[in-house]
Write a protein that binds this ligand. Structure first.
Ligand code: GLN
Length: 474
């Protein structure tokens, strides 16, 4: 084996006995040994790979293999796997061991997937660069002086450097799609409720979704199918419906909100790649048309009110009494204060802003207004998908390619701008995918750029279909 296999290739190689699970795992653990030192994608590589591989091989040998049996996956460090450490890249949970399996990990265990290790992330998923981890800074494999994006930067870097065939991340405002676009892989944010959040360390509970980072659109679909579905432990999940009508390119309308895309702050070269992508779609037979989503101008501001509010309430549980670290003090108040001082700067900033926007005096000014924007953004999407008869809306995934390590670290608003094109999907709950769509050259290095599609609720199938055509996987 010379190269990183896609999930589809690995499935075939395993079922045709061209390779054993042991060989597959050995390949990735060697890759990790060779590359993780420079890239720092993994916080921990699991020591029991051999044991996991044996069990998976047994299933295959006994004819009991399913889609992902024996396939190694990297898992973001905020997804619980029973009896393994899970830290959300925070000092608060440095030695915390998961007492139960997340629904997603449980599903993968049933399939006898091999867990390679825990990938680095911004602390509690708050960030867009993976520089805010309490432990290490992950580097972009395309240029190690740059960030991999975030917060699932470890997962994206692992896949793009061939240290894992695929990975799981989580996306609250763009944390799967933006690192996918910075590193050059495919990232999916499923419809809110498509994948169970049970056992995902919460950031913004009304926005969080677990999603796959993969090398191809086909793989994104394979991994999504394995983790999606209704779960009694997460009341927001739903039973999947099978949508059968496969639309041809000539019957598919791609809406382009040019009024949002031609904005200050969007890199010239990124815009060029995007324009080229739109003409490529037209050449493939897709109809394109300009659409207006006026409320989306305000969704970034609304997101940074709503998400901070939810963060301030979700972070309240880390008080030294129930989870993770505990710092002794002379009384209860001092214990709370000393323990909560373990949070990083960004987490503290968000707890403070979140508490402020929810306070009695400012609730109407901030939280309620942001909530109104959310409702209006949902009606914008409803109108575009029904009245305007658009099948998908296209955006660049990020307004810029990967930026330099340290470049945006001191200015939180600059960092927040990285999410301008991804946040609308979380605010409205619609599914969205980022697909590698070209490169831009910065300081002599070719950096990936991503094309993003958003589809109506529950219509991941449309994203996969357009994505596969665009990448010529069909
Ligand atoms: N970058 C965004 C934020 O910092 C999104 C994070 C995420 O999706 N987890 O809030």
């Amino acid at each position: 084996m010379k190269d990183n296999l896609t999930l589809k290739e690995a499935q075939e190689a395993l079922s045709k006995r061209r390779i054993s699970v042991h060989e597959l795992c050995k390949f990735y653990s060697e890759r990790i040994k060779e590359k993780n030192g420079d890239i720092s994608a993994f916080l921990e590589v699991f020591e029991d790979l051999e044991k996991q591989a044996k069990e998976a091989q047994k299933s295959i040998d006994e004819g009991e293999a399913s889609s992902l049996t024996g396939i190694p996956l990297a898992i973001k460090d905020n997804i619980l796997i029973k009896d393994r450490k899970v830290s959300a890249a925070s000092a608060m949970l440095e030695d915390f061991v998961a007492p139960y399996d997340s629904t997603v990990a449980g599903k993968l265990k049933k399939e006898k997937t091999v867990f390679l290790g825990r990938t680095n992330m911004d602390e509690f998923a708050m960030g867009a660069s993976t520089e805010k981890s309490a432990f290490i800074i992950t580097r972009n494999p395309n240029d190690t002086s740059r960030v991999p994006g975030g917060s699932s930067g470890g997962s994206a870097a692992a896949v793009s450097s061939g240290m894992a065939p695929a990975a799981l991340g989580s996306d609250t405002g763009g944390s799967v799609r933006q690192p996918a676009s910075f590193c050059g892989c495919v990232g999916l944010k499923p419809t809110y409720g498509a994948v169970s959040r049970f056992g995902l360390i919460a950031m913004g509970s009304s926005l969080d979704q677990i999603g796959p980072l993969t090398q191809t659109v086909t793989d994104s679909e394979i991994l999504f199918e394995s983790i999606a579905g209704r779960d009694p432990f997460d009341g927001t999940t739903y039973e999947r419906e099978a949508f059968k009508e496969e639309k041809k390119p000539k019957d598919t309308v791609v809406g382009v909100p040019w009024h949002l895309i031609r904005q200050d702050g969007v890199d010239k070269e990124v815009l060029e790649v995007f324009k080229k992508n739109i003409s490529e779609l037209e050449k493939l037979g897709y109809k394109t048309k300009e659409v207006k989503l006026p409320q989306l101008e305000y969704t970034l501001s609304a997101y940074y009110v709503l998400v901070q509010a939810e963060i301030s309430s979700n972070m309240a549980r880390f008080d030294g009494m129930r989870y993770g670290a505990k710092v002794e003090g002379k009384d209860l108040l001092e214990e709370y204060m000393k323990t909560r001082a373990l949070f990083g700067k960004e987490v503290k900033r968000r707890i403070m802003v979140g508490t402020y926007v929810l306070s009695a005096g400012y609730y109407d000014t901030y939280y309620n207004k942001a909530y109104t924007v959310r409702k209006l953004a949902i009606s914008d999407f409803e109108r575009v998908f029904s009245k305007d008869k658009v099948d998908v809306v296209a955006f660049p995934t990020s307004p810029t390619p990967a930026f330099k390590v340290g470049e945006k670290n001191e200015d939180p608003v600059q960092m927040y701008m990285a999410d301008v094109f991804t946040v609308p999907a979380n605010i409205a709950g619609v599914p969205a995918i980022s697909i590698p769509s070209g490169t831009v050259v910065k300081e002599g290095k070719e950096l990936p750029s991503g094309l993003q599609f958003m589809a109506p609720w529950k219509r991941e199938d449309v994203l996969f279909s357009v994505g596969k055509h665009f990448k010529k996987e069909v």
